[in-house]
Ligand binder design. Structure first.
Ligand SMILES: Nc1nc2c(c(=O)[nH]1)N[C@H]1C(S)=C(S)[C@@H](COP(=O)(O)OP(=O)(O)OC[C@H]3O[C@@H](n4cnc5c(=O)[nH]c(N)nc54)[C@H](O)[C@@H]3O)O[C@H]1N2
Ligand SMILES: Nc1nc2c(c(=O)[nH]1)N[C@H]1C(S)=C(S)[C@@H](COP(=O)(O)OP(=O)(O)OC[C@H]3O[C@@H](n4cnc5c(=O)[nH]c(N)nc54)[C@H](O)[C@@H]3O)O[C@H]1N2
Ligand code: SF4
Ligand SMILES: [Mo]
Length: 676
């Protein structure tokens, strides 16, 4: 006889702004249904095409259920199952050997496989801190963009994305909302219904740009946003549209910004951006003249050499026009900062040798003397630029590699030991969000499948086996959640573990309509928003920045998130999530396809000095002449070379080593392969 079904509340763990609340129906210990929680004010009962079938992932026949020890060559994926005790003892022994000689020869590599506050890395960080291991700086997403915004306001605070419903002029600036942040769309529709003008600025005609409710789409040349912003400022100054009272009171060095815009008239900007001068004039006047005016951006323009400049330029616009003053005006970016401010922090971590995560290939192959790599919550063989070097590093016989995963990813195939991790259905976590202000508690709905363990428990066991006695290495997951909630920040008032357990999700106590730089002062030294000089500079690996390289590699290549069923690399190897054609496709414009004799469906080689990929071409006009795209998220096995797009992308990072790789700035050539 089967038992009564029970409902358990949780929230999606994916690195997605929406953090949907969900309800799992469990019967006889098995999850039988997963659906969006109807009462969540932001996600309103809907999940998405990626996660609607998440139970198939949890119970997938390929799920890793037991610790594995490598028996074949690295990369072969040949393993034998072993017990946890054996696995932990052997790994602890190897790490102990290395740590006794040189703890910095050990490196953890982790990112956003889960963005749960607990499972993402609290216990891992405590473990590696106690060992004194080298550390990874998790900079591949958001840091560059944050730096640009902080340069203006001293803080990452933007407006609550839900406030966008009050905007009457709304620019989606380098963000593909319908794909990457779909639960924001009803808010945008509400603004639109109330009369807002909706603008999209993107080098690619994304599904968002093509949405029927979009009034104007500006398909600018990639990486030229700074020129566009300067031209807007040029028009505002020329036409006397600046609010001098606001500028004098609330900003510093606004004249520096105006001066910088003097030589960027709309005609000059048109030649850089590809946007006609009269359209730039319209954009400037409408933005300054319609109130409230809001800009929405996540990280789209950041993965470039001058990504910081682009975000700084975008963040200077509302500071210049005073758009922050009206409810629904200003800039809506990642909302993660609200949670960072509200929750208790674990305190400062010790400063040690650390590496920017985008440089992994170089770190593993170029004498950084890394002897042990422990990967969790990430798939660097797929997601990190510099793929050929990363794989060469993972192939090193003298590198001891442990991967904590749910599936045998392209990275896990190189591990000496693979340790099986629980999914969001099987562990406790506290979920912050970066697309809204609701805090959620994810309760485990089922017992762990097979012998899987939460990341936290794996590091607790490793710590015990290595004799690490530091405070905090024995805290339970519930202890960790309670520690984060133990904050006296007013936004967290009344939000307790027990309340979250009962209600599932609670909005931070941020006053509705909160205007970050009007209701409180910007946390800059003088309490003002900082404007100032700004130059448009093309990146080093662009056609204008490097005409010599562009003779060999005349096409720009971008690799965006493109598929509704992919979330980064999570589903890029799963039959029922793969797009219809079952392979990644190069998208190329007719104007570039024709002279190369490339027809739709032809096999082509895309190459540059970093690597080469064989792909099928789709001739389409979603990109623009001179720009080709290859989707991100496919596993390496999807091409004959066993490589994915990050074999071609640019792994360079800023000179100060802070922020993301420049992986949207790549020059390539595409050639048609003979029919053989
Ligand atoms: N070319 C190109 N490269 C890109 C991007 C791009 O647009 N183009 N985007 C970049 C961006 S923005 C990001 S954020 C990164 C994403 O990089 P990652 O965060 O590394 O990518 P994911 O695919 O989200 O997650 C990695 C793995 O985490 C595992 N995982 C999930 N939950 C758990 C868990 O609870 N425990 C453990 N141990 N593992 C778990 C999943 O199985 C998955 O294989 O990629 C970046 N790379
Ligand atoms: N379905 C799905 N959703 C996702 C993800 C996924 O893999 N799949 N990944 C999640 C993650 S980790 C993240 S970080 C977010 C990212 O969310 P978004 O920031 O919205 O996504 P991206 O696709 O990285 O970039 C958005 C747009 O920026 C454009 N862009 C690139 N360069 C420039 C430029 O120079 N100027 C301008 N104006 N635009 C430019 C790209 O063409 C792209 O359409 O999405 C999250 N949501
Ligand atoms: S991936 Fe994003 S949209 Fe899909 S369920 Fe998770 S949080 Fe929601
Ligand atoms: Mo990301």
């Amino acid at each position: 006889m089967s038992g009564e079904p029970i409902a358990v509340i949780g929230a999606c763990h994916h690195d997605c702004p929406d953090t949907c609340a969900w309800e799992v129906t469990v019967q006889d210990g098995r999850a039988i249904k997963l659906r969006g929680h109807d009462e969540h004010p932001f996600t309103r009962g809907q999940l998405c095409p990626k996660v609607n079938r998440f139970l198939d992932r949890v119970y997938h026949p390929d799920r890793l259920l037991y610790p594995l020890r490598r028996i074949g060559p690295k990369g072969s994926g040949e393993y034998e199952p072993i017990g946890w005790e054996e696995a932990i003892d052997e790994i602890a022994g190897r790490l102990r050997d290395i740590a006794d000689r040189d703890p910095e020869a050990i490196l953890q590599y982790s990112f956003d496989g889960t963005q749960g506050s607990i499972q993402k890395g609290v216990m891992a960080d405590r473990f590696f801190d106690a060992l004194g291991a080298s550390d990874i700086r998790r900079h591949l997403c958001g840091v560059t963009s944050n730096l640009g915004a902080e340069a203006v306001s001293g803080s990452r605070l933007g407006i609550d994305p839900e406030e966008l419903r009050h905007a009457r002029f709304l620019i989606l600036w380098g963000t593909n909302t319908l794909l990457t942040n779909r639960h924001l769309w009803p808010t945008i529709e509400a603004a639109k219904t109330a009369g807002a003008t909706l603008v999209v600025i993107d080098p690619i005609r994304t599904q968002t740009a093509a949405a029927p409710i979009v009034d104007e789409f500006f398909q600018l040349a990639p990486g030229t946003d700074v020129a566009l912003v300067l031209a807007m400022v040029n028009v505002l100054d020329r036409d006397g549209l600046l609010d001098r009272e606001w500028l004098e009171q609330s900003t510093a060095d606004w004249r520096g910004f105006i001066d910088a815009a003097q030589d960027m008239d709309p005609q000059r900007a048109a030649s850089i951006t590809g946007i006609a001068g009269d359209r730039i004039e319209w954009l400037a006047r409408s933005y300054a003249g319609t109130k409230p005016a809001a800009i929405r951006s996540l990280i789209g323009p950041e993965h470039r050499e001058h990504g910081r400049d682009i975000m700084r330029a975008i963040a200077m616009l509302p500071a210049l026009t005073g758009a922050w003053r009206e409810r629904g005006g200003g800039l809506a970016r990642s909302a993660a900062i609200y949670f960072d401010l509200a929750l208790a922090s674990g305190g400062e971590r010790p400063v040690r040798r650390s590496f920017n995560m985008g440089r992994l290939g170089e770190v593993l192959t170029d004498g950084a003397m890394i002897e042990a790599l422990v990967v969790h919550n990430s798939n660097p063989a797929v997601i990190t630029p510099g793929q050929n070097d990363i794989i060469a590093g993972l192939e090193r016989e003298d590198l001891f590699t442990v991967v904590i995963e749910q599936f045998l990813t392209d990275t896990a195939r190189y591990a000496d030991y693979v340790l099986p991790a629980t999914t969001q259905l099987e562990h406790l976590d506290l979920m912050t969000a970066w697309g809204h202000l609701y805090l959620s508690l994810n309760l485990p709905a089922i017992e762990p499948c097979g012998e899987t363990l939460p990341n936290t428990e794996i590091f607790r066991r490793l710590a015990a086996a290595m004799g690490l006695t530091d405070e905090g290495l024995r805290d339970s997951d519930e202890d960790l959640v309670r520690q984060l909630l133990d904050s006296d920040h007013p936004w967290l008032e009344g939000i307790t573990f027990d309340r979250l357990r009962a209600e599932g999700f609670v909005r931070l106590g941020v006053a509705p309509g909160f205007r970050p730089y009007v209701d409180s002062r910007p946390p800059t030294a003088d309490g003002k928003l900082h404007l100032g000089g700004l130059d448009y500079r093309p990146g080093t690996e662009t056609r204008t920045g490097n005409p010599v390289l562009a003779q060999r590699y005349p096409l720009t290549m971008m690799s965006r998130k493109q598929h509704a069923k992919f979330l980064n690399a999570n589903y890029g190897g799963f039959e029922n999530h793969l797009p219809q054609e079952g392979e990644p496709r190069l998208e190329i414009h007719e104007a570039d396809a024709l002279p190369r004799g490339i027809n739709d469906g032809d096999r082509v080689e895309v190459r540059n000095d970093r690597g080469a990929l064989t792909l099928t071409a789709t001739v389409s006009d979603t990109a623009q002449p001179g720009l080709v795209t290859i989707p991100f998220g496919w596993w390496n096995r999807s091409t004959p070379e066993a490589r994915a797009v990050n074999a071609l992308t640019n792994p360079a990072v800023a000179a100060d080593d802070i922020g993301s790789s420049f992986f949207h700035e790549n020059l390539v050539e595409v050639v048609r392969l003979d029919d053989r």
